[in-house]
Design a binder for this molecule. Structure first.
Ligand SMILES: *Cc1c(COP(=O)(O)O)cnc(C)c1O
Length: 390
Protein backbone atom coordinates (compact mmCIF):
# COMPACT_ATOMS: atom_id res chain seq x y z
CA UNK A 1 0.00 0.00 0.00
CA UNK A 2 1.38 3.43 -0.87
CA UNK A 3 -0.24 6.41 0.86
CA UNK A 4 0.01 9.86 -0.73
CA UNK A 5 2.95 12.12 0.12
CA UNK A 6 0.32 14.74 0.87
CA UNK A 7 -0.41 13.04 4.19
CA UNK A 8 3.27 13.13 5.20
CA UNK A 9 3.06 16.92 5.22
CA UNK A 10 0.69 16.96 8.18
CA UNK A 11 2.75 17.55 11.34
CA UNK A 12 2.12 15.23 14.28
CA UNK A 13 -0.94 16.25 16.24
CA UNK A 14 0.34 18.10 19.30
CA UNK A 15 -2.50 17.12 21.58
CA UNK A 16 -1.82 13.38 21.13
CA UNK A 17 0.53 13.20 24.13
CA UNK A 18 -1.80 15.17 26.41
CA UNK A 19 -4.83 13.16 25.33
CA UNK A 20 -2.88 9.97 26.03
CA UNK A 21 -2.12 11.20 29.57
CA UNK A 22 -5.76 12.12 30.17
CA UNK A 23 -6.93 8.70 28.96
CA UNK A 24 -4.31 6.99 31.16
CA UNK A 25 -5.48 8.87 34.26
CA UNK A 26 -9.13 8.23 33.50
CA UNK A 27 -8.42 4.53 33.04
CA UNK A 28 -7.06 4.58 36.63
CA UNK A 29 -10.39 6.01 37.75
CA UNK A 30 -9.22 9.60 38.21
CA UNK A 31 -11.66 12.41 37.50
CA UNK A 32 -10.30 15.05 35.11
CA UNK A 33 -11.93 18.48 34.75
CA UNK A 34 -11.44 19.54 31.16
CA UNK A 35 -11.24 23.15 30.07
CA UNK A 36 -9.69 21.87 26.86
CA UNK A 37 -12.61 21.43 24.48
CA UNK A 38 -14.51 24.24 22.73
CA UNK A 39 -17.89 22.59 22.35
CA UNK A 40 -21.04 24.04 23.98
CA UNK A 41 -22.16 21.88 26.91
CA UNK A 42 -25.73 23.17 26.67
CA UNK A 43 -28.23 21.36 24.40
CA UNK A 44 -29.61 22.66 21.11
CA UNK A 45 -32.73 24.77 21.94
CA UNK A 46 -35.96 22.77 22.02
CA UNK A 47 -37.79 24.54 19.16
CA UNK A 48 -34.91 23.68 16.81
CA UNK A 49 -34.90 20.01 17.84
CA UNK A 50 -38.70 19.86 17.43
CA UNK A 51 -38.35 21.12 13.86
CA UNK A 52 -35.62 18.56 13.18
CA UNK A 53 -37.79 15.68 14.44
CA UNK A 54 -40.74 16.85 12.40
CA UNK A 55 -38.59 17.17 9.27
CA UNK A 56 -37.13 13.69 9.85
CA UNK A 57 -40.63 12.20 9.45
CA UNK A 58 -41.17 13.87 6.05
CA UNK A 59 -40.14 11.54 3.16
CA UNK A 60 -39.24 14.62 1.09
CA UNK A 61 -36.21 14.87 3.35
CA UNK A 62 -35.11 11.25 2.92
CA UNK A 63 -33.57 11.69 -0.53
CA UNK A 64 -30.32 13.23 -1.81
CA UNK A 65 -30.16 16.93 -1.03
CA UNK A 66 -28.73 19.44 -3.56
CA UNK A 67 -25.17 20.64 -2.92
CA UNK A 68 -26.42 24.22 -3.27
CA UNK A 69 -28.74 23.81 -0.24
CA UNK A 70 -32.48 24.44 0.03
CA UNK A 71 -33.48 27.83 -1.44
CA UNK A 72 -35.39 28.49 1.80
CA UNK A 73 -32.16 28.01 3.77
CA UNK A 74 -30.20 30.35 1.48
CA UNK A 75 -32.96 32.89 1.96
CA UNK A 76 -32.94 32.45 5.75
CA UNK A 77 -29.16 32.99 5.77
CA UNK A 78 -29.44 36.13 3.61
CA UNK A 79 -32.21 37.51 5.84
CA UNK A 80 -30.23 36.76 8.98
CA UNK A 81 -27.25 38.70 7.59
CA UNK A 82 -29.59 41.58 6.73
CA UNK A 83 -31.11 41.66 10.18
CA UNK A 84 -27.93 41.11 12.15
CA UNK A 85 -25.38 43.09 10.10
CA UNK A 86 -27.47 45.18 7.66
CA UNK A 87 -25.66 43.34 4.86
CA UNK A 88 -27.67 42.56 1.71
CA UNK A 89 -26.72 39.26 0.06
CA UNK A 90 -27.92 37.72 -3.21
CA UNK A 91 -29.15 34.36 -1.93
CA UNK A 92 -28.54 32.73 -5.33
CA UNK A 93 -24.95 33.79 -5.84
CA UNK A 94 -23.52 34.97 -2.55
CA UNK A 95 -24.66 32.26 -0.13
CA UNK A 96 -23.56 28.62 0.17
CA UNK A 97 -24.65 26.32 3.03
CA UNK A 98 -21.91 23.99 4.30
CA UNK A 99 -21.63 20.74 6.28
CA UNK A 100 -20.27 22.84 9.15
CA UNK A 101 -17.93 25.72 8.43
CA UNK A 102 -14.83 23.53 8.97
CA UNK A 103 -15.69 21.66 5.78
CA UNK A 104 -15.76 24.87 3.71
CA UNK A 105 -12.61 26.22 5.39
CA UNK A 106 -10.77 23.04 4.44
CA UNK A 107 -12.09 22.92 0.89
CA UNK A 108 -11.62 26.57 -0.09
CA UNK A 109 -7.83 26.06 0.09
CA UNK A 110 -8.14 23.59 -2.80
CA UNK A 111 -9.96 26.26 -4.85
CA UNK A 112 -7.03 28.70 -4.53
CA UNK A 113 -3.83 26.95 -3.58
CA UNK A 114 -1.71 25.12 -6.16
CA UNK A 115 1.61 23.48 -5.21
CA UNK A 116 4.04 26.17 -4.02
CA UNK A 117 1.38 28.84 -3.45
CA UNK A 118 1.25 30.84 -0.23
CA UNK A 119 -1.60 31.47 2.22
CA UNK A 120 -1.30 34.06 5.01
CA UNK A 121 -2.35 32.35 8.22
CA UNK A 122 -2.74 33.71 11.77
CA UNK A 123 -0.45 32.26 14.47
CA UNK A 124 -1.84 31.20 16.89
CA UNK A 125 -4.82 30.01 14.85
CA UNK A 126 -7.47 27.40 14.20
CA UNK A 127 -5.33 24.57 12.74
CA UNK A 128 -7.46 23.94 9.62
CA UNK A 129 -6.21 27.11 7.82
CA UNK A 130 -2.62 25.87 7.71
CA UNK A 131 -3.42 22.15 7.41
CA UNK A 132 -5.66 22.61 4.36
CA UNK A 133 -2.97 24.85 2.81
CA UNK A 134 -0.44 22.03 3.31
CA UNK A 135 -2.83 19.38 1.98
CA UNK A 136 -3.34 21.46 -1.16
CA UNK A 137 0.45 21.57 -1.63
CA UNK A 138 0.86 25.18 -0.50
CA UNK A 139 2.92 26.94 2.13
CA UNK A 140 1.40 28.76 5.09
CA UNK A 141 3.10 32.08 5.92
CA UNK A 142 2.40 32.65 9.60
CA UNK A 143 1.33 36.10 10.79
CA UNK A 144 2.05 36.36 14.53
CA UNK A 145 -0.84 37.58 16.69
CA UNK A 146 0.74 39.29 19.69
CA UNK A 147 -0.63 40.90 22.81
CA UNK A 148 1.16 44.12 21.81
CA UNK A 149 -0.97 44.29 18.61
CA UNK A 150 -4.19 43.25 20.40
CA UNK A 151 -3.86 39.89 18.62
CA UNK A 152 -4.41 41.46 15.19
CA UNK A 153 -1.94 40.62 12.41
CA UNK A 154 0.41 43.44 11.41
CA UNK A 155 -0.30 43.33 7.66
CA UNK A 156 2.25 46.06 6.92
CA UNK A 157 5.08 43.92 8.30
CA UNK A 158 4.45 41.11 5.79
CA UNK A 159 7.38 41.18 3.30
CA UNK A 160 6.27 42.58 -0.06
CA UNK A 161 7.47 39.49 -1.90
CA UNK A 162 5.29 37.25 0.30
CA UNK A 163 2.26 39.51 0.00
CA UNK A 164 2.60 39.53 -3.80
CA UNK A 165 2.88 35.75 -3.92
CA UNK A 166 0.07 35.02 -1.46
CA UNK A 167 -3.34 33.97 -2.75
CA UNK A 168 -5.36 33.79 0.47
CA UNK A 169 -5.48 35.87 3.66
CA UNK A 170 -7.05 34.07 6.62
CA UNK A 171 -8.68 36.11 9.40
CA UNK A 172 -10.78 34.99 12.39
CA UNK A 173 -12.61 37.46 14.67
CA UNK A 174 -13.86 37.04 17.35
CA UNK A 175 -10.71 34.92 17.56
CA UNK A 176 -10.05 31.36 18.60
CA UNK A 177 -7.85 30.84 20.63
CA UNK A 178 -7.11 34.40 21.87
CA UNK A 179 -10.69 35.70 22.35
CA UNK A 180 -9.60 38.93 20.60
CA UNK A 181 -11.99 41.03 18.50
CA UNK A 182 -11.50 43.21 15.42
CA UNK A 183 -13.27 46.46 14.57
CA UNK A 184 -14.51 47.81 11.23
CA UNK A 185 -11.30 49.85 10.80
CA UNK A 186 -9.21 46.66 10.87
CA UNK A 187 -11.45 44.98 8.30
CA UNK A 188 -11.15 48.09 6.09
CA UNK A 189 -7.37 47.83 6.30
CA UNK A 190 -7.52 44.13 5.41
CA UNK A 191 -9.73 44.79 2.36
CA UNK A 192 -7.34 47.52 1.15
CA UNK A 193 -4.41 45.14 1.63
CA UNK A 194 -6.18 42.37 -0.28
CA UNK A 195 -7.03 44.67 -3.19
CA UNK A 196 -3.50 46.04 -3.35
CA UNK A 197 -1.92 42.58 -3.49
CA UNK A 198 -4.73 40.92 -5.46
CA UNK A 199 -5.44 38.23 -2.92
CA UNK A 200 -8.65 36.77 -1.51
CA UNK A 201 -9.78 37.10 2.12
CA UNK A 202 -11.37 34.24 4.03
CA UNK A 203 -12.86 35.51 7.27
CA UNK A 204 -13.85 32.78 9.71
CA UNK A 205 -16.53 34.22 12.01
CA UNK A 206 -18.32 31.49 14.02
CA UNK A 207 -18.22 33.51 17.28
CA UNK A 208 -19.99 36.75 16.31
CA UNK A 209 -22.97 35.81 18.50
CA UNK A 210 -21.04 34.55 21.55
CA UNK A 211 -20.52 37.94 23.14
CA UNK A 212 -20.37 39.72 26.50
CA UNK A 213 -21.07 43.09 28.08
CA UNK A 214 -23.34 44.13 25.19
CA UNK A 215 -20.56 43.98 22.59
CA UNK A 216 -21.64 43.32 18.96
CA UNK A 217 -18.85 42.16 16.63
CA UNK A 218 -18.97 43.39 13.01
CA UNK A 219 -19.03 41.23 9.86
CA UNK A 220 -16.30 41.59 7.23
CA UNK A 221 -19.18 41.96 4.76
CA UNK A 222 -20.08 45.32 6.31
CA UNK A 223 -17.15 46.78 4.34
CA UNK A 224 -18.74 47.72 0.99
CA UNK A 225 -15.78 46.44 -1.05
CA UNK A 226 -15.38 43.22 0.94
CA UNK A 227 -17.49 41.22 -1.46
CA UNK A 228 -15.10 42.07 -4.30
CA UNK A 229 -12.29 40.24 -2.51
CA UNK A 230 -13.61 37.96 0.18
CA UNK A 231 -15.98 35.54 1.79
CA UNK A 232 -17.01 34.99 5.37
CA UNK A 233 -17.52 31.61 6.97
CA UNK A 234 -20.21 31.39 9.62
CA UNK A 235 -21.77 28.56 11.50
CA UNK A 236 -24.78 27.53 13.53
CA UNK A 237 -22.49 25.44 15.76
CA UNK A 238 -21.56 27.99 18.41
CA UNK A 239 -24.55 30.34 18.04
CA UNK A 240 -27.23 27.68 18.58
CA UNK A 241 -25.30 24.84 20.29
CA UNK A 242 -25.49 22.81 17.08
CA UNK A 243 -21.92 21.47 16.75
CA UNK A 244 -23.21 17.90 16.48
CA UNK A 245 -25.57 18.60 13.59
CA UNK A 246 -22.90 19.95 11.20
CA UNK A 247 -24.25 22.99 9.45
CA UNK A 248 -22.65 26.31 8.54
CA UNK A 249 -22.33 28.68 5.59
CA UNK A 250 -20.07 30.78 3.40
CA UNK A 251 -21.27 34.19 2.15
CA UNK A 252 -19.77 36.93 0.00
CA UNK A 253 -17.84 37.05 -3.27
CA UNK A 254 -19.86 35.23 -5.96
CA UNK A 255 -16.81 33.88 -7.79
CA UNK A 256 -15.37 32.38 -4.61
CA UNK A 257 -18.77 30.93 -3.64
CA UNK A 258 -19.11 29.38 -7.11
CA UNK A 259 -15.59 27.89 -6.94
CA UNK A 260 -16.35 26.33 -3.56
CA UNK A 261 -19.67 25.02 -4.86
CA UNK A 262 -18.05 23.42 -7.91
CA UNK A 263 -15.36 21.79 -5.78
CA UNK A 264 -17.84 20.52 -3.19
CA UNK A 265 -20.32 19.20 -5.72
CA UNK A 266 -17.71 16.55 -6.57
CA UNK A 267 -17.17 15.51 -2.97
CA UNK A 268 -20.40 15.70 -1.02
CA UNK A 269 -24.08 15.54 -1.83
CA UNK A 270 -25.26 18.36 0.35
CA UNK A 271 -26.47 18.70 3.92
CA UNK A 272 -29.15 16.29 5.21
CA UNK A 273 -32.37 18.18 4.56
CA UNK A 274 -33.89 17.66 8.00
CA UNK A 275 -30.85 19.47 9.39
CA UNK A 276 -31.31 22.27 6.84
CA UNK A 277 -34.93 22.60 8.06
CA UNK A 278 -33.68 22.80 11.66
CA UNK A 279 -31.18 25.49 10.61
CA UNK A 280 -33.95 27.54 8.99
CA UNK A 281 -35.85 27.33 12.28
CA UNK A 282 -32.75 28.38 14.21
CA UNK A 283 -32.11 31.44 12.01
CA UNK A 284 -35.72 32.60 11.72
CA UNK A 285 -37.16 31.50 15.08
CA UNK A 286 -36.90 33.12 18.50
CA UNK A 287 -33.39 34.40 19.28
CA UNK A 288 -33.61 34.78 23.07
CA UNK A 289 -31.63 31.54 23.52
CA UNK A 290 -28.48 33.41 22.40
CA UNK A 291 -28.67 35.98 25.20
CA UNK A 292 -29.49 33.22 27.70
CA UNK A 293 -26.39 31.23 26.75
CA UNK A 294 -24.21 34.34 26.78
CA UNK A 295 -25.34 35.23 30.30
CA UNK A 296 -24.19 31.80 31.45
CA UNK A 297 -20.85 32.03 29.62
CA UNK A 298 -20.29 35.54 30.98
CA UNK A 299 -20.76 34.39 34.58
CA UNK A 300 -18.28 31.55 33.98
CA UNK A 301 -15.87 33.95 32.27
CA UNK A 302 -15.84 36.35 35.23
CA UNK A 303 -15.21 33.61 37.79
CA UNK A 304 -12.50 31.85 35.81
CA UNK A 305 -10.57 34.97 34.79
CA UNK A 306 -10.52 36.13 38.41
CA UNK A 307 -9.16 32.76 39.56
CA UNK A 308 -6.48 32.66 36.86
CA UNK A 309 -5.19 36.09 37.81
CA UNK A 310 -5.29 35.13 41.50
CA UNK A 311 -3.03 32.12 40.92
CA UNK A 312 -0.34 33.90 38.92
CA UNK A 313 -1.53 33.65 35.34
CA UNK A 314 -2.42 36.77 33.38
CA UNK A 315 -5.76 36.85 31.56
CA UNK A 316 -8.11 39.58 30.36
CA UNK A 317 -11.90 39.39 30.12
CA UNK A 318 -12.64 38.57 26.46
CA UNK A 319 -15.49 40.51 24.80
CA UNK A 320 -16.49 37.51 22.72
CA UNK A 321 -15.90 33.78 22.07
CA UNK A 322 -15.94 31.23 24.86
CA UNK A 323 -12.18 31.10 25.37
CA UNK A 324 -9.79 32.51 27.94
CA UNK A 325 -6.25 33.02 26.61
CA UNK A 326 -4.02 33.13 29.67
CA UNK A 327 -0.34 34.05 29.92
CA UNK A 328 1.45 31.42 32.03
CA UNK A 329 4.10 32.19 34.68
CA UNK A 330 7.76 32.41 33.56
CA UNK A 331 9.81 29.25 33.84
CA UNK A 332 7.42 26.91 32.05
CA UNK A 333 6.72 26.10 28.41
CA UNK A 334 2.99 25.86 27.68
CA UNK A 335 3.33 22.07 27.32
CA UNK A 336 5.14 21.78 30.69
CA UNK A 337 2.54 23.96 32.38
CA UNK A 338 -0.31 21.92 30.90
CA UNK A 339 1.35 18.69 32.05
CA UNK A 340 1.81 20.05 35.57
CA UNK A 341 -1.84 21.09 35.88
CA UNK A 342 -2.90 17.69 34.67
CA UNK A 343 -0.52 15.79 36.99
CA UNK A 344 -0.99 17.88 40.13
CA UNK A 345 -4.53 19.26 39.83
CA UNK A 346 -6.34 16.84 37.50
CA UNK A 347 -7.27 19.84 35.35
CA UNK A 348 -6.86 19.80 31.55
CA UNK A 349 -6.18 22.95 29.50
CA UNK A 350 -4.67 23.32 26.02
CA UNK A 351 -1.08 24.51 25.52
CA UNK A 352 -0.88 27.64 23.39
CA UNK A 353 1.87 26.22 21.23
CA UNK A 354 -0.66 23.75 19.85
CA UNK A 355 -2.14 26.67 17.88
CA UNK A 356 1.23 27.83 16.52
CA UNK A 357 4.66 28.95 17.72
CA UNK A 358 3.41 32.43 18.65
CA UNK A 359 1.03 30.73 21.11
CA UNK A 360 3.97 29.69 23.29
CA UNK A 361 3.71 31.20 26.77
CA UNK A 362 -0.10 30.86 26.87
CA UNK A 363 -2.76 28.29 27.59
CA UNK A 364 -6.37 28.26 26.39
CA UNK A 365 -9.32 27.50 28.65
CA UNK A 366 -12.81 26.96 27.34
CA UNK A 367 -16.01 27.99 29.16
CA UNK A 368 -18.07 25.15 27.72
CA UNK A 369 -18.27 22.91 30.77
CA UNK A 370 -21.20 22.65 33.21
CA UNK A 371 -21.20 25.16 36.08
CA UNK A 372 -20.58 22.58 38.79
CA UNK A 373 -17.59 21.20 36.87
CA UNK A 374 -16.28 24.73 36.34
CA UNK A 375 -16.57 25.42 40.08
CA UNK A 376 -14.79 22.16 40.90
CA UNK A 377 -12.08 23.06 38.37
CA UNK A 378 -11.64 26.47 40.00
CA UNK A 379 -11.26 24.99 43.47
CA UNK A 380 -8.69 22.50 42.16
CA UNK A 381 -6.71 25.37 40.61
CA UNK A 382 -6.82 27.31 43.90
CA UNK A 383 -5.72 24.24 45.91
CA UNK A 384 -2.88 23.53 43.49
CA UNK A 385 -1.68 27.11 43.86
CA UNK A 386 -1.93 27.02 47.66
CA UNK A 387 0.02 23.75 47.87
CA UNK A 388 2.71 25.21 45.61
CA UNK A 389 3.17 28.26 47.80
CA UNK A 390 3.71 26.29 50.99
C1 LIG B 1 -15.61 25.85 16.00
C2 LIG B 1 -14.82 26.54 14.96
C3 LIG B 1 -15.05 26.31 13.59
C4 LIG B 1 -15.87 25.17 13.04
O1 LIG B 1 -17.17 25.17 13.27
P1 LIG B 1 -18.15 24.17 12.53
O2 LIG B 1 -19.10 25.04 11.83
O3 LIG B 1 -18.73 23.35 13.63
O4 LIG B 1 -17.36 23.32 11.56
C5 LIG B 1 -14.39 27.09 12.68
N1 LIG B 1 -13.50 28.01 13.06
C6 LIG B 1 -13.24 28.23 14.34
C7 LIG B 1 -12.25 29.30 14.68
C8 LIG B 1 -13.87 27.51 15.34
O5 LIG B 1 -13.55 27.72 16.62
Amino acid sequence: MKLSHRLDKLPPYLFVEINRKIAEKQAKGEDIISFAIGDPNMPTPQHIIDQLCQAAHDPANHRYPETAGLPELCQAIARWYQKRFEVTLDQNQEVLPLLGSKEGIGHISFCFIDPGDVALVPDPGYPVYSMSTLLAGGEPYFMPLTEKNDFLPDLESIPKKIAEKAKLLWLNYPNNPTGAVADIAFFQKAVRFAKKHRLAICHDAPYTEVTFDGYQPPSLMQIPEAREVGIEFHSLSKTYNMTGWRIGMAVGNARMIDALFRFKSNLDSGIPQAIQRAAIKALTGPQNCIAEHNTIYQRRRDKLVKTLNDIGLRAKLPKASFYIWARIPDGYTSVEFTAELLDKANVAVTPGVGYGNAGEGYVRLSLTLPDDRLDEGISRLLNWDRAKRK
